[in-house]
Design a protein around this ligand. Structure first.
Ligand code: SAM
Length: 287
């Protein structure tokens, strides 16, 4: 089986299997060899690595990954693609294809079983409709992870990188900063996919921190505070946090915490750095 990373070969395979694209699965297949190589190069894969690919499609990037990695686990939701993958990946004995919804897979168990619990590398051209739950799920379930190299919407890549005071700053930016160091590898034009998406894309690499840059008493509570702070962006922190039932904090407690941090009562979450959220959540946390 020849490499799939060009439009002609992709169309040939799609026709052979009479494949119809499913919009609901965010299917935009890569057809640009240059971009495929850039993704795989930036993921720094060696034969020591176990790679998790989310959404292999017809196996275009999977072929590149299988050439370089020790093993590849490819999780694909669309059952119509399973016979295609059996064909396009038939030459590789280091690939396991699972016909599952990635959001329902117990990834920590998979890593224990397939990689002895050693950190894996995630590489994917993600289905854009679930980028945030996939990335947050990987981080929050504490999957042993080395890095995440993913194609996402350009606008989402920007959101992953921004700091306080910008309109795109939010829970995703803070989670990315807490768990990893982000670097945009390249911007990708819609012409590199079939069918073409409506938006520009970007490849972003998240190198996972061994230790988070801030230490908190309770990590789950920190992210509850962050999410509550951005739930209603226009609200002050005092209102946003005291109205969030899961936090169990009163208005007065938030006012006192802000006072201890020399912050005005009218302050909003979008101005807070990760360090400030960490401090606030430690003050508000009750054992
Ligand atoms: N990797 C291929 C490529 O680059 O050509 C395909 C990428 S396409 C953007 C996203 C892929 O994710 C599709 O194959 C789609 O069927 C699959 N997918 C969508 N939702 C999924 C889910 N919840 N779990 C696993 N795979 C999913």
């Amino acid at each position: 089986m020849a490499y799939l990373g060009n439009p002609g070969r992709t169309v040939e395979v799609l026709q052979k299997y009479n494949f119809s694209f499913q919009k609901k699965f965010g299917q935009n297949f890569l057809i640009d060899e240059h971009i495929l190589e850039k993704i795989v190069d930036s993921a720094c894969i060696t034969k020591d690595d176990c790679v998790l690919e989310i959404g292999p499609g017809i196996g275009t990037m999977t072929q590149y990954l299988a050439e370089r990695a020790g093993s590849v686990i490819a999780v694909e939701i669309d059952k119509a693609l399973i016979p295609v993958l059996a064909d396009t990946l038939s030459e590789y004995d280091n690939v396991t294809v699972l016909n599952e919804d990635i959001l329902k897979v117990d990834i920590p168990a998979l890593v224990r079983e397939k990689n002895n619990n050693r950190p894996i590398k995630v590489v994917a051209n993600l289905p854009y409709y679930i980028t945030t739950p996939i990335v947050m799920g990987l981080f929050e379930s504490h999957v042993p992870l080395d890095s995440i190299t993913i194609m996402v919407q350009k606008e989402v890549a920007e959101r992953m990188q921004v700091g306080p005071g910008t309109k795109d700053y939010g829970a995703l930016s803070l989670a990315v900063a807490y768990y990893s160091k982000a670097e945009v590898v390249t911007i990708v034009s819609p012409n590199c996919f079939i069918p073409k998406p409506n938006v520009a894309s970007a490849v972003i690499r998240l190198q996972v921190h061994r230790e988070p840059p801030v230490k908190v008493k309770n990590e789950g509570f920190l992210f509850d505070v962050i999410r509550a702070s951005f739930r209603q962006r226009r609200k002050t922190l005092v209102n946003g946090l005291s109205n969030a039932p899961e936090l169990k904090v009163t208005k007065e407690e938030v006012v006192q915490a802000l006072l201890a941090m020399d912050k005005p009562e009218t302050v909003r979450g979008e101005t807070f750095t990760l360090e400030e959220f960490a401090r606030l959540s430690d003050i508000l946390w009750k054992e």
